[in-house]
Design a protein around this ligand. Structure first.
Ligand code: NAD
Length: 360
């Protein structure tokens, strides 16, 4: 498995033109660093980073790759940048990705996540060369039945909150473009393959977002504050950021060169018995950190969030030979280690963790 991933990556991405949207964000910055380590020619398209500090600046990515700061909703700019760059691969991560923020700005969430995706795919339609397009949706695209089941790729899409619903809509946009313009039967005439990647809840260093569990844990532990938990019993498919990224890279490598049988949607998540409650993640973090405490947030007025969400990852295992390498305990440990590094060492630590993951 180790050699399979490494060999595929180094063979396929070296020297390739790879566009990453959302490169200034948490997952996008890790992906760009990994692609640079694989000697890809990387270009990013996103808004400027909106937190201080942020992983994009920590990695000094602006000096190490081409970077465009613009809005994915501006279709003319998207077309111009894609046409100028002529990518072999596109990884589309730009999004409004926060559930609670989506309750404050629902229309904008749909605009960025749905219209942004349509803009990108329309630009790809005009690209006169082969291209693999990896579109990052989420585990939250499924119509959540609040049952102890593992969602499969064939399950019904839905989404209660605006974020989840916008990502389910994004999947419909992908399906429509695949059927209308990038039909697999017509592949020899367009040479485009689309993939919809549905990853679980991601943790890792370099995330400074609001309202996300791991940044909230880190802020509380480091400031010696008790952590307030809105939904301690909620179950999620937690995974280290390098897990889904390894899946995207492996899948992209298999699609490159016309692997039509790999086109479609795939879940990336933890092993079945590694789906943990929020409370379990926090308790593991406190144990690893050596101190800290949490209490239930009783302030009320919480927006709806799913109680239980688990993913079936058999398709990723069978079709791609992908499997998680770091269990939840390791993922939490590696994440806390990253935040414990002094700021001047964090960039090197990111690269070290990528190397460590590749050898796991
Ligand atoms: N973090 C997770 O747990 C998780 C889980 C599943 C799926 N995802 C998906 O992965 C992707 C990346 O998530 P993340 O956690 O890195 O989020 P993030 O908030 O850290 O990054 C979002 C990126 O999108 C860009 N962006 C936002 N609005 C934009 C706009 N209007 N135009 C251009 N760029 C814009 C931002 O500038 C940033 O680069 C998203 O599509 C998200 O839905 C994330």
């Amino acid at each position: 498995m180790e050699n399979l991933v490494n060999n595929h990556f180094s063979e396929v991405y070296a020297g390739k033109r790879v566009l990453v949207t959302g490169h200034t964000g948490f997952k996008g910055s890790w992906l760009c660093e990994w692609l640079l380590m694989l000697n890809a020619q990387v270009k990013g398209f996103a808004l400027e980073p909106d937190t201080v500090p942020n992983h994009f600046d920590i990695l000094k990515l602006e000096n190490r790759m081409e970077s465009v700061f613009s809005d994915i909703r501006n279709s003319e700019v998207v077309k111009k940048e894609i046409n100028t760059f002529q990518p072999d691969f596109i990884f589309h991560l730009a999004a409004q990705p926060l559930v609670r923020r989506s309750f404050r700005i629902p229309a904008e969430t749909f605009d960025v996540n749905v219209t942004g995706t349509a803009n990108l795919l329309e630009a790809v339609k005009e690209l006169g060369k082969p291209c693999v397009v990896m579109l990052i949706t989420t585990d939250k695209v499924y119509e959540n039945r609040e049952q102890d089941i593992l969602y499969k790729e064939s399950d019904k899409l839905g989404g209660f909150d605006p974020y989840s619903s916008s990502k389910a809509c994004m999947e419909l946009v992908i399906q429509s473009f695949r059927r209308s313009f990038f039909n697999l039967n017509d592949y020899p005439s367009h040479h485009k393959l689309l993939a919809a990647a549905r990853a679980g809840n991601v943790i890792g260093g370099g995330d400074f977002s609001e309202d996300r569990l791991m940044p909230d844990i880190v802020r509380a532990l480091f400031n010696n504050d008790p952590l307030l938990l809105r939904h301690p019993k909620s179950i999620r498919p937690w995974q280290h950021v390098l897990e889904p990224l390894s899946g995207y890279l492996l899948w992209g490598a298999k699609l490159y060169g016309g692997g039509r049988e790999y086109s479609g949607a795939i879940n990336f998540g933890p092993l079945q018995d590694d789906h943990l409650t929020v409370e379990q993640v926090v308790n593991k973090a406190i144990q690893i950190f050596g101190k800290g405490s949490w209490q239930k947030d009783e302030s009320g007025g919480q927006v709806h969030e799913a109680g239980i969400l688990k993913l079936d990852i058999n398709k990723a295992k069978e079709l791609l030979s992908w499997t998680p390498r770091w269990d939840a305990q390791t993922a939490i440990h590696e994440t806390l280690q990253w935040y414990m590094q002094p700021i001047q060492n964090k960039g090197d630590y990111t690269r070290l963790q990528i190397e460590k993951y590749m050898c796991a």
